[in-house]
Design a protein around this ligand. Sequence first.
Ligand code: COA
Length: 180
Amino acid sequence: MNAILAASLSTAFQPVIGHAISIRPLRADDCEIEYRFIAGLSLETRNNRLLGGARPVTPEYAARLTRVNYPRELALAAVVMLDSQEILIGVARYALEADGVGCEFALVVADAWQGRGIGTHLLERLAGAARARAIPRISGYVLSTNATMLGFARKRGLRLQRVPGDATLTLATLDLALPN
Ligand SMILES: CC(C)(COP(=O)(O)OP(=O)(O)OC[C@H]1O[C@@H](n2cnc3c(N)ncnc32)[C@H](O)[C@@H]1OP(=O)(O)O)[C@@H](O)C(=O)NCCC(=O)NCCS
């Protein structure tokens, strides 16, 4: 990703008094903060993000998540500075499927930072970036038991559909109104 594109995807917002949160593209050199982020997630959050709750979190696995094949994929990181250290507190990503139309997204916010508007902001930024690339919709798999995400998605206008043959999953789709 070039510097101009990276800058256009970077913003700051302040959903919690005292914490300036920046949103920027995830980079390959973020493997350490990504590792700390995933390792710090509760089992429930990892399961809900379908990151394989039982799988050991290794630096290699975290590094793989930071290798983002822009522009076919996009990963936006929400970061905050605490004690002069950058901490990763949320990631929203999408990946275009091979047909170039289908696009899968995923969203996760660190447990201690949930319920403060960060997930909403990340989803809006991800949708804006997808819309700018003329992607018509983004869809994400959600565990059918994940009431928080299903409620979150419904409230933000995503369509919820059963996944044929797999009652454990629900597909949440955000249709993106494309400019004419
Ligand atoms: C779903 C998820 C991304 C939402 O992120 P978030 O930063 O908590 O989202 P927001 O703060 O913008 O909104 C969460 C909503 O839940 C409410 N909420 C209240 N307490 C909450 C809590 N302890 N935890 C989460 N949400 C809470 C918020 O007020 C808000 O309500 P609203 O929908 O009526 O506005 C986050 O819960 C998460 O990471 N879950 C685990 C991973 C996951 O399920 N991913 C989806 C599959 S890819």
